[in-house]
Design a protein around this ligand. Structure first.
Ligand SMILES: *Cc1c(COP(=O)(O)O)cnc(C)c1O
Ligand code: SF4
Length: 334
C-alpha cells in the first residue's frame, strides 16, 4: 500500500486535498488496523464522511489504535450513539446568520464562512452536521456580506472561518482581503485554519501574499491538538508565516484519549512555542451528536488545567473555555 503514497514534498496542497483518503477500507489497510472495524466505520461515515489527506496520515503510527492523531479521524461505532444534551447544532448558529456565510455574535468581530469544507474531517467537529451547501457564497453574496461589514463601523476584525478558509484558493482569498482593506474601520484579519497543520504545503508564496503585505494586521489561529501533529514540515510552514509577520496562535479541543493528560498538554504547549505559536484556547467539546465519546467532564478539565498552571510558564497555558449559545464571549471554565 505505502508505495501509492507519494512523499510529502512532491505533493501540492491541491493534490493532497484531492487525494485524501475517503474510504474506510483504504484507511484501515494503510494503517494496518483490524478489518473488524470496517462495518462501524462505514456506518459512521454515512453521517459524516471520512477525509484524511496523506500528509496527515503519514504522521499516524501504523497498527496503533491509541494513536492520538488516529483517534481524531477514525470513524467509530461510538458515533452512532446519541447522548443526553447532545444535538445537531449545539451552538445554535443556524439561527444567527444575518447574511449567508456571516456569523456576527461577538462585539467588534465578525466571522465569515469562507470555504464550506475542510482538508480533514475531525470526528469531534461541531460542524459535522452543518449545512455547508447553503453557506457557500458566490460573488453576489460576498457583496452583501461586504456591505454588512462596511455599514457596521463597530467592527475592527474579520475572522475567516469555515469549514476551513484555507481550503479556498489563494486567488479568491486575495480578492476578499483586497475588499476588506478598503473598509476603513477594519484593523485586523484573523484566519482560523487547520490547514497549515494538516497539509503544511498549503503555505505557498501566494498564501503569504494575501496573509501579509497589506495594511491589516494578521493573526493566524492554527488548530493542533497534539504535539505529534507538529512535524518538521509543519514547523517550516509556521516559520514562513512568522517571517511574513503573521502572529501565530493555537486553539485545541480537549479530547478524551487524544490530549486529556498533563503530559500531552505540556508537550503540545512546549512544541507550539518552539515553533513560534502561543497557546490561545483549549476548548471544551461542543456537544454535537456523535462526539460524546470524546467528552472530558468539566471537573476533569478544570483539574487538568490547574495542573497545567502549576507546572508551566503562564504564557504556555491556554484559556480553558467553552462556547455557549447566547453569550457575548466564550465562557471561561474557571
Ligand atoms: C470564537 C468566535 C469568535 C472569536 O472569539 P475570540 O474570543 O475573540 O477568539 C468570534 N465569532 C464567533 C462566532 C466565534 O465563535
Ligand atoms: S478542521 Fe476544524 S472545522 Fe474542519 S472538521 Fe476539523 S475541527 Fe471541524
Amino acid at each position: 500500500m505505502s508505495q501509492i503514497i507519494p512523499a510529502q514534498t512532491t505533493l501540492s496542497w491541491q493534490e493532497a486535498m484531492i487525494q485524501a483518503v475517503r474510504e474506510p477500507r483504504q484507511l484501515l489497510e494503510y494503517l494496518q488496523l483490524p478489518m473488524e472495524l470496517l462495518p462501524a466505520a462505514e456506518a459512521a461515515t454515512s453521517h459524516f464522511g471520512l477525509r484524511v489527506p496523506k500528509p496527515f496520515l503519514e504522521r499516524i503510527r501504523k497498527g496503533d489504535l491509541n494513536d492520538p492523531l488516529l483517534r481524531q479521524i477514525l470513524p467509530l461505532e461510538a458515533e452512532l450513539h446519541s447522548a443526553d444534551g447532545y444535538s445537531a447544532d449545539p451552538l445554535q448558529e443556524l439561527g444567527s446568520n444575518p447574511q449567508q456565510g456571516l456569523i456576527h455574535k461577538y462585539r467588534g468581530r465578525a466571522l465569515l464562512v469562507v470555504a464550506p469544507h475542510c482538508a480533514v474531517n475531525c470526528r469531534y467537529c461541531f460542524r459535522r452536521h452543518f449545512p455547508y451547501a447553503d453557506n457557500n457564497p458566490g460573488r453576489a453574496q460576498w457583496q452583501a456580506t461586504l456591505d454588512y461589514l462596511r455599514e457596521d463601523d463597530s467592527l475592527q476584525e474579520v475572522i475567516f472561518s469555515g469549514g476551513d478558509p484555507m481550503a479556498s484558493g489563494d486567488r479568491q482569498l486575495q480578492w476578499l482581503v483586497e475588499q476588506l482593506c478598503q473598509i476603513p474601520h477594519l484593523q485586523r484579519l484573523r484566519v482560523h485554519t487547520r490547514l497549515p497543520v494538516v497539509i503544511p504545503q498549503r503555505i505557498t508564496d501566494d498564501a503569504l501574499r494575501w496573509l501579509s503585505g497589506h495594511r491589516l494586521q494578521t493573526v493566524l489561529v492554527i488548530h493542533s491538538n497534539h504535539a505529534n501533529e507538529l512535524d518538521p514540515a509543519v514547523g517550516d510552514a509556521l516559520a514562513r508565516l512568522r517571517h511574513a509577520g503573521v502572529t501565530l496562535l493555537n486553539q485545541a479541543v480537549l479530547l478524551r484519549g487524544v490530549n486529556d493528560t498533563l503530559a500531552s498538554q505540556k508537550s503540545l504547549s512546549e512544541r507550539l512555542f518552539q515553533l513560534g505559536v502561543l497557546p490561545y484556547y483549549l476548548h471544551q467539546l461542543d456537544r454535537v451528536d456523535g462526539a460524546a465519546h470524546f467528552e472530558v467532564s468539566d471537573t476533569e478539565a478544570l483539574e487538568l488545567h490547574r495542573q497545567m498552571q502549576a507546572c508551566m510558564s503562564g504564557y504556555l497555558v491556554p484559556k480553558l473555555a467553552r462556547e455557549e449559545p447566547g453569550q457575548p464571549n466564550k465562557t471561561l471554565l474557571y
